[in-house]
Structure formats: structure tokens, C-alpha cells
Write a protein that binds this ligand. Structure first.
Ligand SMILES: [Zn+2]
Length: 379
């Protein structure tokens, strides 16, 4: 276990890193396998052999320490305690990402797992000048580690709402009793909570991007399924990020109209429209994707400060009212409060009819079912 300590604005930050779970042999075996298919990847293998595992490991460790201290420093105003412990395990988790453990974390104890691949990719590019196209062949995705860690760090800042969500989820689990149907009952809540939590992390993770690539076709498609009551066709990360973006934009319109009027949507290299010309016009263009100018980093941080206090339901209300304020066309409003309530009712009725199909006669007047329905309505 390695430890480094830093004082940031009077707060003591202790970061611990555990590299013992990182199995070098299994990684090298994967690499050998990849080289069989693509000889060019042999360059990476050579680097490992030449530099030696200790050197590569120490670069990884430095990268983790640097990025966690950087994230802590950046988000320090959101940290309530004078002492923060961050525990990081470097371990393969399937896919080149990181993971925040919400179950064991507390407000001043944060536990994360970072995948070695995510770190190695960046080390290859940064220190050994391996071209990006080769790195992508290794794992199909190249996510800058700073963004990956910022994303997980936002989940940690959001821990109160994340834990509240887990409690509601547990309640559903208890109510469901019959495992097979539990999924149906909790699905709408789970869906909305993920839009809020993952969307927020993705929105903040992209705070330095000059624009957001907005996929009109994807939202239209997702909306059509939501209207039918099916939630399986919506990307919760991407869609959630758009929801936070529009919420923020509506706050910009309310607080700084002249700044809002300067914001632009880009259709091509030199082709753009100002938001002042009407988002209604921009978002009804017959085009799959457009780039929407991003808000400033400071503004995104202000929204984060507020957004951390919002429940999933409050988030949905904010989103719906933002859509009306911004005059977003109907087929681009992913979900309204009434969509959400309708889907919960559909799922509840489906569950009841499943139970009855199994031969259990259910009285909708029973106290249990009245309580169940009122819990579902409120969550
Ligand atoms: Zn996430």
C-alpha cells in the first residue's frame, strides 16, 4: 500500500494506492493475444520488456496520485470534512474505466477502482509516443484518465443522493419479493436515477469541451420508446448529460440573456446558428447530429453545486421546465413528469396482472397494495 498526503486549502487529503490486485501476467497474456492478430502491437510489448514492470508500475502510480490530487483540488469547495481519505485499487474491471464504490464509501472515505488499461493507454501515448490508432485497437476506447477520474469523483461528491437512491432501490427489492418481477417495478425509478447520476458525472466530466455533440436522432428514437413505456432503448449517460446541459442552459437564459444569445450551434465547419435564433428552429433541422456550444466551466460548477442537492424527481422537474423555457421541440423532450408517472403505472399494472396470471387473487383494496402503490407513486 502506497500513501501520499497533501494539504489543500487547509484540508488534509490522504491518498492510498493498492497495486497488488493488478495481475501483470494476465495483462501481458492479453497483449500477446492481441499481437497475434496485429503485429504492430508488438511495439507495446517491447516497451514493457525494455522498461521493466517496476518502471511501468511507478508511472501508473504517479498518474493515479496526480489525477486524484488534481480532482480533489478542483472540487475542494464541495468537500465538507477537514480530512479526506481516498483509497484506490488498481485492478482490471473489464473495460478501460474506473469505478466508484458507493456501498462502502462515506462522506470522508472514498473508495475507487481504476483499471490498469485506462492508465497504460495514457502512459503509452504520453511517455512512449505510441500513436492513438494503435491504442484504440487495444481496447476500442481511448478515454483520457483525467476525465475518467473526474467522472468517478463527481459520483463521490454526489454520494448523499447516490445513497438515497440505493435505499429506494432496496425498498423496491423488498416489495418485489418475487425476484422475477422486481425488475419491472423498480425499472422506471432506476432509469431516472441513472439519468440524473450518470448524466451529471458526464456533464461535469466534459466541462472543458468547447461543444457538446448532440444526437437528435438518438433522443427522438429514445423518446418514441419512452412514450410506448419501454425504457431499454435509451443511453442513460449520453441522454442524462443532455438533460443537465439543457437545465444549465435554461439557467443561463434566466440569469444572463445576452450571454445566452451569443451561444451557437455548429452544423459544419463554418455553418452555425445562434441560440437566439431559436432552439426550436435549430433542433428541428433534418440532421442526425449537431454540436452545441458548451457552457463555461464556472457556470457548470455553479450548476453542480445546486444539482448535488436535487433528487431524481426534482431533476426531472427542472429538466421539463427547462425544455419549456428553451422552447425545445416536443420530440426532443426525452421525458416529462407525466411520462414518468405513466410508465410507473404501466409497470405496476403489468406486475399485478403477472401475479394474477399465476393464480393469486389480489385485492387492490388491501393495505399492502395501497401502500405499495403510494410508495411507487412517490418515488
Ligand atoms: Zn458513472
Amino acid at each position: 500500500m502506497l500513501k501520499r498526503v497533501k494539504r489543500i486549502q487547509g484540508k488534509r487529503i490522504e491518498v492510498f494506492i493498492d497495486t497488488e490486485k493488478w495481475n501483470v501476467n494476465s495483462y501481458l497474456k492479453e497483449l500477446e493475444h492481441a499481437i497475434e492478430k496485429n503485429k504492430r502491437l508488438g511495439v507495446i510489448y517491447e516497451i514493457h520488456k525494455k522498461q521493466g514492470e517496476d518502471k511501468i508500475k511507478s508511472l501508473m502510480v504517479d498518474m493515479v496520485f496526480d489525477n486524484f490530487f488534481k480532482a480533489t483540488e478542483y472540487f475542494i469547495s464541495h468537500i465538507q470534512f477537514d480530512l479526506l481519505h481516498i483509497y484506490v485499487k488498481i485492478q482490471s474491471i473489464g473495460g478501460p474505466k474506473a469505478f466508484f464504490d458507493q456501498i462502502i464509501s462515506r462522506e470522508n472515505f472514498a473508495f475507487f477502482t481504476v483499471s490498469p488499461i485506462a492508465l497504460l493507454q495514457e502512459i503509452y501515448v504520453k511517455y512512449f509516443k505510441i500513436p492513438n490508432d494503435l491504442i484504440i485497437q487495444l481496447s476500442h476506447e481511448l478515454a483520457p484518465i483525467e476525465k475518467v477520474i473526474n467522472h468517478e469523483f463527481v459520483h463521490f461528491l454526489d454520494i448523499n443522493k447516490v445513497k438515497e437512491g440505493s435505499k429506494i432501490f432496496e425498498r423496491y427489492k423488498k416489495i418485489g419479493k418475487f425476484d422475477k418481477w422486481f425488475n419491472t417495478l423498480s425499472q422506471p425509478f432506476d432509469f431516472l436515477a441513472q439519468l440524473r447520476v450518470e448524466g451529471l458525472a458526464k456533464f461535469v466530466e466534459n466541462k472543458n469541451e468547447p461543444s457538446i455533440e448532440y444526437n437528435l436522432a438518438m433522443i427522438k428514437f429514445g423518446k418514441e420508446w419512452i412514450v410506448k413505456g419501454d425504457l431499454n432503448y435509451v443511453d442513460r449517460y449520453q441522454s442524462g448529460m443532455y438533460m443537465w446541459y439543457f437545465i444549465s442552459l435554461s439557467y443561463l437564459l434566466k440569469t444572463n440573456k445576452s450571454k445566452f444569445d451569443e451561444m451557437r450551434a455548429y452544423f459544419g465547419k463554418d455553418d452555425f446558428l445562434f441560440f437566439a435564433e431559436g432552439l426550436n428552429n435549430i433542433l428541428t433541422k433534418d440532421i442526425r447530429k449537431i454540436n452545441l456550444q458548451n457552457l463555461s466551466e464556472n457556470f457548470i460548477m455553479e450548476i453542480l453545486k445546486e444539482g448535488l442537492k436535487w433528487s431524481h424527481l426534482h431533476f426531472l422537474k427542472e429538466y421539463e421546465s427547462a425544455c419549456y423555457i428553451l422552447k425545445i421541440p416536443k420530440d426532443q423532450i426525452l421525458m416529462t413528469v407525466s411520462d414518468y408517472n405513466r410508465i410507473k403505472k404501466i409497470q405496476y399494472n403489468e406486475w399485478l396482472s403477472e401475479v394474477e396470471k399465476k393464480g393469486f387473487k389480489i385485492s387492490r383494496l388491501s393495505i399492502y397494495f395501497q401502500r405499495l402503490f403510494s410508495f411507487i407513486r412517490k418515488s
